[in-house]
Design a protein around this ligand. Structure first.
Ligand code: MN
Ligand code: MN
Length: 460
C-alpha cells in the first residue's frame, strides 16, 4: 500500500520526525483542556499573538487570541479582506475522555483511602483499570484562590489508579458482557493506605484514619480542606508520556490524541500562517466528548460574541455584518477518525476506511445509522477542498466512520454549519480511540498540519 512515507522517503522524513517531537512535548504538558489552553496561549505569545482586550483597533495581520474561562481559546490572524467576507476556520476539541472525581469523592474502606469518580466521555470502562494514573485539575476555594494540581507526571511523583479483579477470582466477572465487566460505579481510585496516628494516648483514634492522613497531606502540600472538593474540577488521566510507537518510530502513542492531535496541528498551522487574505481562525473547544453544550463547548455563544467584538474593533460592527461574517466562512471541523485496524477488520468497509499513513482524512459526513446527526458537507465545498489540497501537494483520503450500522459518532461540525457556513470534517486516523493510549502516524500528523496551513492560505 502506497503511503506518505513512500512519498517522503529520502527528503522529508526528518521534518516529519521533528514535527512530532513538538507534538509529544505539547501532549506531555497538556492532559486537560485547561492545560491545553495554557500551552496554546504560551505558544501563541511566542508567535506574536496578543490578547484581544489589548487591542484598540484591528488591522490586517494583527494576531489575536481570546480565552474563555480557561477552557476554550480562539486565535485569529486578521485578513486583508473585510471580516464580513468570511473567515477560514480550523476547529478542534481539547477535552478528552477521562475519569472525573465526584463532588464528594473521598472515603475510606477496609484500610484503603479512595476517590469516588464519574467517568467523562464514552469509554470502554475495562480499559481504564490497572493503569498508572495521575491527578490533574483545579481546586477553587471560598476565598477566591485557585489551587492547581498535577500529580503523577514527574518521574518521582506517585501515581494512583483503579484496581481490577485478579483473573483467579474473576469467574463471575468474565461471564459479564463487555459493557458491564467493569461497572461505572466501581471506578474508584485507590489513593492511600497509611493511617494517621493519634498524637497522644489520650487523643481519640480517628474514625477513618487513612482518609485523615490523606487529608493531612492535602492540607500540608496544597492547603486543601475536605470541603474544598465541593468546588473542584479534578480528573484522573493516564500518567504515561507520549511515546514513539513502532520499532521504526513511525507512530506516536499518547493519551488524548482525540482530539489534541487535531488541536495541536491546527494551532501550529495558524501560528505559522502570515498575512492571510481571509481572516484565519483557530477554535479550540471544550466539552465535545459530552455533546458540546455549556459555556465552554462549541454550542456556547462565545464564538459569535468574539466575532462581534472583532467587527466592533475593526469599526464595522452591525448585526447584518456579523451574520455575513459567519455565513461567508469556511471551516475544517477537525477531529480524529477511526483508523483501519487489521485486528478488527470486520468493523470497517475497506474502500471507505481511513488508513494510518495515508494523510489528512476528510469525512464528508459522520453520524450513525442513516447518517443521523451528521453534517454532510456539500459536494461543491468538497471540490474546493480537493483543489486546495492538490495545489499544495497534501496527501489526503476520504473516509467513513466504519461499516454502515456498526456504530457512529459526531463532532462539532454541525454546530458551525448551523451558522450557515461551509464545514467539512477533517482529521487524523487513530487506533485505540478513547482508550488510555491512542496511536497515530507521524506522517499523518505532519500532513494534517500542512493541510491546515494550505486551507488557511488558499481557501476562498
Ligand atoms: Mn473527538
Ligand atoms: Mn472522542
Amino acid at each position: 500500500m502506497e503511503t506518505v512515507w513512500t512519498k517522503y522517503a529520502g527528503h522529508k522524513v526528518d521534518e516529519v520526525m521533528q514535527f512530532s517531537e513538538g507534538y509529544k512535548s505539547f501532549m506531555n504538558a497538556s492532559k486537560t483542556e485547561r492545560e491545553c489552553v495554557e500551552s496554546a496561549v504560551s505558544l501563541a505569545k511566542q508567535h506574536g499573538f496578543k490578547e484581544l482586550s489589548s487591542f484598540k483597533t484591528l488591522k490586517a495581520n494583527d494576531k489575536v487570541y481570546v480565552v474563555n474561562r480557561g477552557k476554550n481559546v480562539c486565535l485569529f490572524i486578521v485578513g486583508k479582506k473585510p471580516l464580513e467576507e468570511g473567515m477560514n476556520i480550523l476547529g478542534a476539541h481539547i477535552d478528552s475522555p477521562r475519569i472525573d472525581l465526584k463532588p464528594i469523592p473521598l472515603y475510606e474502606s477496609d484500610g484503603l483511602c479512595l476517590f469516588d469518580t464519574h467517568y467523562y466521555g464514552g469509554i470502554k470502562k475495562y480499559q481504564w483499570v490497572a493503569q498508572p494514573m495521575s491527578l490533574h485539575g483545579v481546586v477553587c476555594k471560598k476565598d477566591g484562590t485557585k489551587v492547581t494540581v498535577a500529580i503523577g507526571e514527574q518521574d518521582d511523583d506517585p501515581v494512583i489508579g483503579i484496581s481490577d479483579l485478579l483473573i483467579h477470582l474473576a469467574g463471575d466477572q468474565m461471564k459479564k458482557s463487555g459493557s458491564n465487566v467493569v461497572e461505572g460505579e466501581d471506578l474508584n481510585a485507590i489513593i492511600g493506605s497509611i493511617p494517621k496516628k493519634a498524637k497522644k494516648d489520650k487523643e481519640k483514634e480517628e474514625k477513618d484514619p487513612v482518609k485523615a492522613n490523606i487529608l493531612a497531606i492535602l492540607k500540608k502540600e496544597y492547603g486543601i480542606e475536605e470541603d474544598d472538593f465541593l468546588s473542584a474540577e479534578l480528573s484522573i488521566v493516564p500518567s504515561g508520556k507520549a511515546r514513539d510507537f513502532g520499532l521504526d518510530r513511525s507512530m506516536v502513542m499518547a493519551y488524548g490524541h482525540d482530539d489534541r492531535i487535531c488541536a495541536y496541528t491546527s494551532l501550529m498551522a495558524i501560528l505559522d500562517c502570515d498575512n492571510p487574505d481571509y481572516t484565519s481562525c483557530c477554535i479550540l473547544v471544550d466539552k465535545e466528548e459530552v455533546g458540546s453544550q455549556g459555556n465552554t463547548g462549541m454550542e456556547s455563544r462565545f464564538f459569535e460574541n468574539t466575532i462581534a467584538e472583532m467587527l466592533a474593533l475593526g469599526g464595522e460592527y452591525n448585526d447584518l455584518k456579523l451574520r455575513h461574517a459567519l455565513s461567508n466562512s469556511r471551516m475544517l471541523s477537525s477531529d480524529v477518525s477511526a483508523g483501519y485496524d487489521p485486528n478488527y477488520a470486520g468493523a470497517f468497509e475497506a474502500k471507505n476506511a481511513a488508513y494510518l499513513g495515508r494523510g489528512l482524512c476528510f469525512n464528508k459526513y459522520t453520524g450513525a445509522r442513516g447518517k443521523s446527526g451528521c453534517n454532510d458537507a456539500n459536494a461543491e465545498f468538497v471540490a474546493k477542498i480537493r483543489k486546495v489540497m492538490d495545489k499544495n501537494d497534501v496527501a489526503f483520503q476520504l473516509a467513513e466512520l466504519g461499516k454502515v450500522d456498526q456504530g457512529g459518532g459526531g463532532t462539532i461540525a454541525y454546530i458551525l454549519a448551523n451558522l450557515n457556513m461551509d464545514v467539512i470534517d477533517a482529521g487524523i486516523a487513530v487506533l485505540n480511540m478513547h482508550s488510555c493510549y491512542e496511536i497515530a502516524s507521524k506522517v499523518d500528523i505532519y500532513e494534517a498540519y500542512r493541510g491546515y496551513m494550505s486551507f488557511l492560505k488558499d481557501m476562498q
